[in-house]
Design a protein. Sequence first.
Length: 357
Amino acid sequence: MGPPLGPPPGGELAVALVIPLQGPAGIFGPSCELCARLAVEEVNAAGGLLGRRMRLTVVDGGAPPAVVADRVEALVAAGAVQAVTGWHISAVRQVVAPRIAGRVPYVYTPLYEGGERAPWVFLAGETPGRQLRPALAWFAREAGVRDWALVGDDYVWPRRSARAVRGYLDRWGGRVVCECFVRLGTQDFGAVLARVAASAAQGVVMLLVGDDAVAFNRAFAAAGLDEAMVRFSPLMDENMLLATGAAGTRGLYAAAGFFETLPTAGGLEFSARYHRRFGAQAPMLNSVGESCYEGVRLLEALALRARGVGAREMAATCEGLGYDGPRGPVQVRSRHLAQPVFLAAAEGLRFDVLCRL
């Protein structure tokens, strides 16, 4: 049962935090919530947002998209929230965004496939042009990997990202030699791995979410394919490494705007604040959780620039907005957060950041 509807008490600014609490992406939920809480506590400790204390209302973004949209729309319609943010898959965003219809701003935090045009949606995550394209160029240049298999969950983000990958490789003389899409929630990858093994692929682009990627990694290593092929994912965080186990991470690479091991001042300071606030037993800090911190901070920056929390005013004033955070210097361009993206290699249960892409 969700929180009661109605206007927020005491002049608070209530924000719906839409994060997965079930399903393949449920592995991300605890760190997402704590990172968003940290951001809200920091905003409130500094006097609030435009003089109003922020408060989070958690919505389970792992439920079926229509159910998530019903819940978010009810909160918005009742005036119970004045903004929406959080990490959830694109299939959820595509249903939630039109239901919000510009009544409140919507800060969407995950990496995604690109192309969102609703003027009330602000996008904090990485896009294929800033993440997949430079990473694939790095593999071709540094490792000679040009022929790839694609394995993804069967919904909009993997499908459209795969299309982008094919376009990038075509320009460079690379190829997609095998392509497999599976139902979201798949745990048995036997048939997929047989196809990958029989292909001429030098590597696998993984477009799998959460527990699906964990199951694939374990099966991939158990089949011995990690001896011959690299794996690269734009969605592989520290929680997924831990769940995979050290035996399953050889030859595994990821690209993201943040890693816990990111050796920058902003990244190290954020990690220290997170662990100081939540302790040694807190969920592992990761790029997905950090995106929810980024979502709150971007919402704050947008509101300060617009001098209010109206979605229309934010859209009119956001271009060129910049600030420094855990990811380093970032800037809003066409409602997207332009940001540094880093490539990392798995070393057992941690990431070794190799370079900025």
